[in-house]
Design a protein around this ligand. Structure first.
Ligand SMILES: Nc1ncnc2c1ncn2[C@@H]1O[C@H](COP(=O)(O)OP(=O)(O)OP(=O)(O)O)[C@@H](O)[C@H]1O
Length: 259
């Protein structure tokens, strides 16, 4: 189990506050989506929660300890991180790349144990990339590479997972697979947070949504509390069809609101 608390945190990038006075608590067992327009501060917020970005104000606690006092490795063992659209620079075999997910658990000179190898294979299977073993990761398609990087995050075996736009390069079937997987992780007691642009997926799968706008957390609650005609108009400048009374809430952006 892992918990994260942020109290009034702010991050400045360049001249502007990228995150501006955000307070939140993240608990295990829920799938939490972070949504908001381009540049709203979503990626910066999650990097801050992981202790990867310097704060200009506020405090973050991971499992009750100030994040600033935890080492990178201690945080990496507790919370796996799938960054946004990573470029790969090294022509590693897929299984070697996914095995890097075990690094937070290994000493500097230690090798993968049979247990580590089994976790790597399980992660490859869960991300539907077992068949890509033996391929060079830099020679994969965008969606294949995205799923291999998801497998690397799963291979950490951490009680927390933060994924930044994990659906970006995926076909509709694999988008559903990944959302099912994130939901299953949360239902099994993990802390799972994901940045999403697909409001339909966010409404269908997430237990809680955090809506960011201009660095601020402007709404935090159940999908239908957060995704209202008013909030979509104010934050995204769009109109949308909202149908709450289906098996799951349906949100379909329908147009841009002109000034
Ligand atoms: N290295 C940087 N230097 C200066 N400004 C930056 C830097 N990185 C990000 N920013 C700015 O910080 C703000 C927040 O960026 P961030 O990447 O967190 O947004 P986001 O909500 O994740 O956007 P997107 O949906 O486009 O991925 C943006 O205005 C961005 O231009």
């Amino acid at each position: 189990m892992v918990t994260i608390r942020a109290q009034d945190i702010s991050v400045r990038l360049g001249r502007h506050p990228a995150v501006d006075g955000v307070t939140l608590a993240l608990e295990p067992g829920q799938l939490v989506g972070i949504i908001g327009p381009n540049g709203a501060g979503k990626s910066t917020l999650i990097r801050a929660l992981l202790g990867l970005t310097k704060l200009v104000g506020g405090e973050i606690e991971i499992d009750g300890s100030p994040a600033a006092r935890l080492s990178r490795q201690e945080i990496a063992r507790r919370i796996a991180y799938l960054p946004q659209g990573q470029t790969l620079h090294w022509p590693l075999l897929v299984e070697r790349l996914v095995a890097l997910g075990r690094m937070p658990h290994l000493g500097p000179l230690s090798r993968l144990s049979p247990h580590d190898e089994a976790l790597v294979d399980a992660a490859l299977a869960r991300a539907d990339v077992l068949h890509l073993k033996g391929r060079v990761a830099t020679e994969l398609s965008g969606g294949e590479r995205a799923r291999v990087l998801l497998a690397r995050a799963l291979a950490v075996g951490a009680p927390g997972l933060i994924a930044d736009e994990p659906l970006a390069a995926l076909d509709p079937g694999h988008q559903i697979d990944v959302m099912d997987l994130l939901k299953a992780e949360a239902s099994a007691g993990s802390l799972v947070v994901t940045v999403l642009h697909d409001l339909g997926m966010a409404a269908r799968y997430c237990d809680r949504l955090l809506l960011m706008d201009k660095g601020k957390l402007v709404a935090d609650g159940a999908p239908l509390e957060v995704l209202t005609e008013q909030s979509l108009a104010e934050v995204y400048g769009i109109s949308a069809c909202i149908e709450p009374d289906r098996d799951w809430p349906l949100i379909l952006p329908t147009g841009r609101i002109k000034d």
